[in-house]
Write a protein that binds this ligand. Sequence first.
Ligand SMILES: Nc1ncnc2c1ncn2[C@@H]1O[C@H](COP(=O)(O)OP(=O)(O)OP(=O)(O)O)[C@@H](O)[C@H]1O
Ligand SMILES: [Mg+2]
Length: 263
Amino acid sequence: MAHTTSADHGIRIDGLRKRYGEGDTAVEALKDVNLTVASGEVVGLIGPSGSGKSTLLKCLGAVVEPTGGRMSVGERVIYDDGWKIGDLRALRRDSIGFIFQAPYLIPFLDVTDNVALLPMLAGRPNAEARARARELLQALDVDHRARAQPSELSGGEQQRVAIARALANRPPVILADEPTAPLDSERALAVMRILHRMASHSGAAIIVVTHDEKIIPTFERIYHIRDGRTYEEQGEGRPLVAAAPDGVSSPAPQHGGPASRRL
Ligand SMILES: Nc1ncnc2c1ncn2[C@@H]1O[C@H](COP(=O)(O)OP(=O)(O)OP(=O)(O)O)[C@@H](O)[C@H]1O
Ligand SMILES: [Mg+2]
């Protein structure tokens, strides 16, 4: 079996299944999940509590092992009916930016080093990694807390630092589990602008799990998940227009649009 694919998709999932546990207590969290996200695209993933959204992101992010089906990232098949790529740690580190439902920051590193850690581990010089961290913290409006410890931040600030961390290595796949839940409406839209900018500048394929009514109208394409099965639908694709002159609020470049600022 050749574990490559010729599709130009950033993410492709076919017939994905996940069962937690065995016997009487088994939970069929994913029964038949099918989705594609093109390189440079941001799609929404919506569904009731317990419908399998986090499980789907964790399978794709190589945090949880599926029970069956097939997944590929870019040109590479990463899972095929029990077969999986050898180096999951390298896949997670180099290809996946994961924004978890709860922001897991490293408690003994300050805000800047939480964001700079992954670029440093990937071999970037410390000064360059910290400069990248500052740039993202500024774009997410949390740079005034750059030297603080995570325990000294508000919930929304912690979430913005976790978002900066997930974007620091410019991963080709970004998986965001309710990234805007603790944020006010302007900051929620600012996060969406940054994600769109990552998609159009570095060709990232992005999935955003959300219940957030503020951002749902911004998706051009949405997958609904119900009872472990996905259904695709057209979104409104409302433009993310500017609000404040703070450097993040210029109109988001839509797919392939001109770059106003490099992130
Ligand atoms: N580690 C686990 N062991 C057993 N069952 C689990 C595990 N994680 C999740 N589940 C079950 O799998 C189903 C899907 O859970 P999942 O966390 O993917 O839902 P979700 O759509 O993300 O929900 P929410 O919107 O509440 O975050 C649920 O029934 C849940 O109880
Ligand atoms: Mg969840």
